[in-house]
Design a protein around this ligand. Sequence first.
Ligand code: GDP
Length: 370
Amino acid sequence: MSTVSIGLVGLPNVGKSTLFNALVKTAQAEAANFPFCTIEPNTGVVAVPDDKLTELARVAKSGRIVPATVTFIDIAGLVAGAHKGEGLGNAFLSHIRECAAIAQVVRVFADPNVIHVSGAPNPVDDVATIGLELLLADMQSLEKAVQRADSALKGAGASKEAVARATVYHKLAEAVLAERPVRSVDLEPEEEPYRRELQLLTAKQMLYVANVGEEQAGESAEQVLVASHLAEGGLTAETLLPLSAKVEAELASLPAAEQPEYLSMLGLKRSGLDRLIQAAYRLLGLQSFYTAGELEARAWTIAAGTTAEDAAAEIHTDFKKKFVKAEVTAYADFIALGGWSGARTAGKVRLEGRDYVMRPDDVVYYRVSA
Ligand code: GDP
């Protein structure tokens, strides 16, 4: 995964752009020396804040640090009726399809000066409105897909694949008709490709970002769930991230040295950027591994369960073919033992084969054939 893309969606005026700008600005301040962090009006590629990477670079005396990146996309246009082309049309649908995960910004803050599209903020209704729009868009896609899959079954000799595809499509359509996201449908591993090929919106993992008032900025997900009634709307602490876009904007405008004090004054340990990235990684089941040498220390993002050879392919497509062995050590050992040679001497470097399942924070050196 060269970069993890997260689309910010939500009703108008909930604070998407405020949050997007704050995230990008915070990332720029934290990573002023990473030239590749590009910003376009609605797309920001930001470095993933990673203290372990900094430590690795220090121990390995690396010439440069190359962090993993996350791409945030500010996706406007999701309003009631959007699937029919109301508002800005449905161009936003294709933007959502390109994202690995969706972060839905929900307005919890009360500010009479900020107009709410339906009169007053009602987080539970707003979440339902967005959820319904995504379901309706998927319903349209599935109607056509089911027709296509069914007609492929007509006549003699329908392939096994065509039967399997139609079966999955029908299961997904049933879920959507019952107003359940297609990600909630249990499928066999061999059925997954048929869900994936449809690129449905409700197949994406969804993180709810509760944009709370400044006075609530330090509250836990559980507290916000109760106070906002979002718990009654079926949301859980696993998928809810409370933050204040206004606080994040304020934070982003402060010099880096003053940021920790501002955060602790509000009862916060880490920036919204850190917390959002961490929540997205958790939701998507992602983890990091590292390469560290004199040239550079670098973080790579993989799905949990990735094998050594597939992780190698992240670095270079050729590496999978040319894979010989992976030299692997744990991050903590690498640091405690002062780098590769210390870890080797202490017997903490293992030689692993292609099928080794990567552990979180492994430090790896790949031996590849010429
Ligand atoms: P978007 O339409 O979802 O992108 O919303 P914007 O980010 O443009 O915000 C809409 C309005 O709400 C702007 O006037 C913001 O200043 C205001 N706003 C955004 N976040 C907050 C917040 O956390 N607290 C308060 N009080 N106002 C906010």
